[in-house]
Design a protein around this ligand. Structure first.
Ligand code: S3P
Length: 438
């Protein structure tokens, strides 16, 4: 499926954003391990989270839904059943890496597979700590899928310093820690999204956090039982980021985005944009187990910045949108230490460099860093054909960039937008974006 996008005039309106993908995965997982029925509202009905639901159904968990509310009848911490076939995680890196922590502790074997994008992503980063915990897990020779996991009696606790800033690896170990003897400690030198910590808290699982300088240690101990909890999930900040960008770069625009998660470990994009001169207000903030607010965004003249390296992990999924903001800012934007972007659903550094090239924006790319020479607030992008490489975030960032192109732009291979934002096209239309698909 391709998107066809025309230059926009003013964008206005109030929109809702689908549920947070990271939080949805974690809610499904803990609810499935609880002893009883959890009611989950606001769950993302995107393909990634539906894959997680299917995985737990295949292991005997009863999951039903009615008008967007999900009912999960947990099997208990020791109650998962052996699936009859390999577990298919589709496109979802989060799901496969987090679930590996749970599956490594079962008394039955599993094989974990995914689509072609997921099958080329690095899995050694979870195989290593899980093996240290005593899991019998192996990947293909080059450290990719399929993963094979053999039955284990129990896991050992470990102390592990994350070699990459990755919430997925941290969370994988935290989930495995629930099944281990003793206390598992994870040290992160760069703070990553803490949704596993907040979701463990919501389910009453003790998590100890200690800070030392810029590092943080997270400790979790094994548990015997898990009580069911009802969960209400906020809108996904990463999905909202495309509409924040749209309002900023479109003339005479004002958009209110309702009920978005504004967890401090997720909103580096807001800090970076404000540093560039963006007019963004956070309104009506409330705190359930995660903070949630409305975000009001108005057209702004942006200027280039040197991105603080610490912010990269905090806005890792917003980097494609950030590159478009940089392309339309006055002056140069410099991003360093962004090589993790090469391990996502596509090589996002290269994919966005290609998109910038097609849009007629000058940049300099090296292995880890990129400099983008912005066209300024009056700048016009060349209408182009952009390859999204089947990556939802490249597709959506390029769609929004097209609002500043001289005529119609075609974004190729956008099917995977459904993984995180199933009603993206409708939401675009709601605020006046001229988008169609073929
Ligand atoms: C996620 C962590 C990030 C992010 C992904 C979701 C999570 O991945 O890119 O979309 O829910 O834990 P990494 O941990 O690999 O950086």
């Amino acid at each position: 499926m391709n998107f066809l996008v025309k230059k926009s005039a003013s964008l206005r309106g109030e929109i809702d954003i689908p549920g947070d993908k990271s939080i949805s995965h974690r809610a499904i997982m803990l609810a499935s391990l609880s002893e009883g029925r959890c009611e989950i509202s606001g769950l993302l009905e995107g393909e990634d989270c539906l894959a997680t639901i299917e995985v737990f159904r295949k292991m005997g968990v009863k999951i039903s839904s009615n008008e967007g509310v999900y009912y999960i009848e947990g099997n208990g911490i020791k109650g998962l059943k052996q699936p009859v076939a390999p577990l298919d995680f589709g496109n979802s890196g989060t799901s496969i890496r987090l679930c590996s922590g749970v599956l490594s502790a079962q008394n039955f074997p599993t094989t974990l597979i995914g689509d072609s994008s997921l099958s080329s992503r690095p899995m050694q980063r979870i195989v290593e700590p899980l093996t240290l915990m005593g899991a019998k897990i192996s990947s293909s020779q080059d450290g990719t899928l399929p993963l094979s996991i053999l039955p284990t009696e129990s896991l050992e606790s470990i102390e592990y310093t994350l070699p990459v800033a990755s919430a997925q690896v941290k969370s994988c170990i935290m989930f495995a820690g629930l099944f281990s003897k003793g206390k598992t400690k994870i040290v992160e030198e760069t703070i990553t999204r803490n949704h596993t910590e907040t979701m463990f808290n919501a389910f009453g699982i003790p998590v100890e956090i200690t800070n030392s300088g810029s590092a943080r240690t997270i400790s979790v101990a094994g548990i015997e039982t898990l009580k069911p909890v009802d969960i209400n999930i906020c809108g996904d900040f990463s999905s909202a980021s495309f509409f924040i960008l749209a309002a900023l770069i479109s003339p005479d625009s004002e958009i209110l985005i309702k009920n978005v998660g504004v967890n401090k470990t997720r909103i580096g994009f807001l800090h970076a944009l404000r540093h560039m001169g963006a007019n963004i207000e956070i309104l009506n903030e409330v705190n359930e187990f995660e903070p949630m607010a409305d975000i009001l965004v108005k057209t702004s003249n942006l200027k280039g910045i040197t991105l603080n390296t610490d912010l990269v992990a905090n806005m890792i999924d917003e980097m494609p949108a950030f590159f478009i903001a940089a392309a339309l800012a006055e002056g140069v934007t410099k991003v360093k230490d962004a090589k993790e972007l090469r391990t996502k659903e596509s090589d996002r550094l290269q994919a966005m460099a290609n998109a910038l090239e097609a849009f007629g924006v000058k940049y300099h790319l090296s292995q880890d860093d990129i400099e983008i020479y912005g066209l300024g607030s009056e700048g016009v992008l060349k209408s182009a054909e952009i390859n999204s490489f089947g990556d939802h975030r490249i597709a959506m960032a390029s769609t929004i960039g097209s609002l500043r192109s001289d005529s119609e732009t075609k974004i190729l291979d956008c099917e995977n937008v459904k993984t995180s934002f199933p009603n993206f096209v409708e939401t675009c239309k709601q605020i006046g974006i001229n988008i169609n698909h073929e």
